[in-house]
Structure formats: C-alpha cells, structure tokens
Ligand binder design. Structure first.
Ligand SMILES: NC(=O)C1=CN([C@@H]2O[C@H](COP(=O)(O)OP(=O)(O)OC[C@H]3O[C@@H](n4cnc5c(N)ncnc54)[C@H](OP(=O)(O)O)[C@@H]3O)[C@@H](O)[C@H]2O)C=CC1
Ligand SMILES: O=C(O)[C@@H]1CCC=N1
Length: 283
C-alpha cells in the first residue's frame, strides 16, 4: 500500500525529438526524481538511441505515435520546422488527459492547439542548456486548456533542471532572447576573456580556467548578495585603476549597445520563426 506521504508516481513521459535541449531537460527530470522506467525518448538515428539508452537508462524508439500512447506528459523537443509534421503524426495517438510541453522557440501554444485534438492541454516552456547540470532556468506559460495542475506537473518535471518561473506567454520571446540564448552569450564572453589572456601571455589552460571561474564567481556573487550588477561593477572599479580603463574601452566599442541590438535581433527572429513554421502556416 502507498503511504499517504509518498510522492505521487510520475506519469509516463514521452520526449519527442531528443536532441541537445530535450536531453538536458530529460537529464534534469531524472535528477529531480522522474523514474527512467517511465521515460521513452524518440530519435531518428540508431546511434543516438544507443547514446541516450546508455547515458540515461531510458527506452527509445523512432515511432513517435507509439511513444505518446500511455504518456501523461509529452515533451516536444524538435526544431521549429519539424513541429507541424510531428504533431500531425502523434495527434490521434495522444491520451486525452496528456499535457503537451513545448520547448520550441517562437511557436505559440495556439499553433499547437490548432493541430492537436480539441481541448489538448499545452504548456510552452523556454529552458536553457545549463538544465543539464541542474543550473538552468525555464520560463513556463499555459495554453488555453492548461490548468494549474498541468503547470504544477510541468514544474515537477523541471524541478531538477534549476529555476522555473511562470511568465505570460507574450513574454516568452523576450525570455528566449535573454536566458534561452543567454548561455551562448556567456560562453562567447568567456572565450573572448580567455583569448585576451592568451594575448597577454597566459597559457590557454590557465586563461580558460580563470575566465570560467570568474564568470562562475561573479554569477554567485550576484545571486548570493542580491546586489545590482551596476553596484557590484563599481566595487571592482577602483578610481583611476585598471578596471575603469577596460570598461571605458568596452563602452567605446559599443558593447552594451551591441547587446541591446543582439537581443532585439533574437527577439525578432522568434516572430519570424512563428510566421514560417507555425503548424498550418509553414512555407
Ligand atoms: N539548444 C538550446 O539551447 C535551446 C533549444 N530550444 C529549442 O529546442 C528545440 C531543439 O533544439 P536543439 O535541441 O538545439 O536541436 P537538436 O537538433 O539537437 O534537437 C532536435 C532533435 O530532434 C530530432 N528529430 C527531428 N525530427 C524528429 C522526428 N520526427 N522524430 C524524432 N526525432 C526527431 C533530431 O534528430 P537528428 O539528430 O537525427 O536530426 C534532433 O535530435 C528547438 O525547437 C529550439 O528552439 C529551446 C531553448 C534552448
Ligand atoms: O537558437 C535557438 O533558436 C534556440 C532558442 C534559444 C536557444 N536556442
């Protein structure tokens, strides 16, 4: 008999299209207590199936419709262009009470609802790759038929991936530009810092090690002190010292303006993706 305090059993999870991002979410879900026996991951290539089985102990298949039968949670992990064909493939096989969870950039829940059976619960999410090490951030938003219980179930799915925040769906494209793509900007900065260290005579190994630790430490300092980044930046910048010299060069190089421009471009790309690949509107 199950004790009244025992956590509810996790529903069967079908991951459709288990690439980089879906695997990171899958790893986080397993770390957060989802049972590998309750997970089926779909793939297109046998070598990918073998990798996933070996790394996570989950079962795999190339048959998306078979995967969603009996699944209470269906995670859509394919690229935007592959969403329409995938949803048409699985729509009839979906369990009526399943929640469909999208991690696809740009595509609104309405585009999923338009091709899935009437009343299907859809939750849109925007995770990021640090989910793989439990340090991700995911924003979630309900579609028309997703209830608080569905959102709670998705939060449970994502609990092991890091921070989960609820946002209005209209804000998901902005989230995508900031935190969905964000790790790439940070890796870009670390790479640039390390390259500069090499230019200044450090070995590559030491340059990359201290650049990485600096980003990690600065992130923790921000998080643990709760201080505004501008204040923390001032605390590094001694009057007449070395840091202000460097920051002045960054300003002269238009780095801050380049970030604003870059994130506006990422945001605009989400709308282009929706226009090009929303199921039914593909061209
Ligand atoms: N990467 C990131 O940081 C983030 C990505 N996203 C979103 O995640 C989604 C996937 O991106 P990403 O993980 O980077 O890309 P990937 O190419 O790594 O993942 C997509 C996967 O889907 C598989 N696939 C495609 N069609 C099918 C199908 N019909 N049946 C089974 N598997 C299929 C592909 O197989 P194959 O390998 O054979 O091509 C691939 O493994 C995108 O929609 C993106 O917007 C969201 C947030 C962050
Ligand atoms: O580049 C992309 O389109 C996806 C969405 C956010 C991060 N990667």
């Amino acid at each position: 008999m199950t004790s009244p305090d025992a956590p509810a059993r996790t529903p069967r999870l079908a991951v459709l299209g288990t690439g980089v991002m879906a695997e990171a979410v899958l790893a986080g879900a397993l770390a957060g207590g989802w049972s590998a026996a309750d997970v089926v991951a779909t793939v297109r290539r046998p070598e990918r199936a073998a990798q996933l089985e070996q790394a996570h102990g989950v079962s795999t298949t190339t048959d998306n419709a078979a995967a969603v039968r009996g699944a209470g949670v269906v995670l859509v992990g394919v690229k935007p262009k592959d969403v329409g064909p995938l949803l048409r493939e699985v729509g009839d096989a979906l369990e009526p009470d399943a929640v469909v969870v999208s991690l696809v950039a740009g595509l609104p829940t309405a585009a999923f609802e338009a091709v899935l059976p009437d009343g299907t619960a859809v939750v849109r999410t925007m995770p990021n790759t640090p989910a793989q090490v439990g340090a991700g951030v995911t924003a979630i938003s309900p579609g028309t038929h997703a209830t608080d219980e569905h959102l709670a179930l998705v939060e449970r799915l994502l609990a092991g991936t890091g921070l989960v925040v609820r946002v209005a769906e209209k804000d998901q494209d902005a989230v995508s530009a900031v935190s969905g793509s964000g790790p790439a900007y940070v890796f870009y900065v670390v790479d640039a810092l390390a390259e500069a260290g090499v230019l200044l005579g450090l070995t590559r190994q030491v340059a990359l090690q201290i650049a990485t630790q600096t980003v990690l430490g600065a992130g923790r300092l921000l998080d643990e002190t709760g201080e505004h980044p501008a204040i923390l930046r001032e605390k590094v910048s001694s009057p007449g010292g070395t840091t202000v010299r460097a920051l002045a060069r960054l300003d002269a190089g238009g780095v801050r303006a380049a970030f604003l421009d870059a994130l506006q471009a990422a945001h605009a790309r989400s709308a282009e993706i929706a226009a090009a690949y929303a199921p039914g509107a593909e061209h």
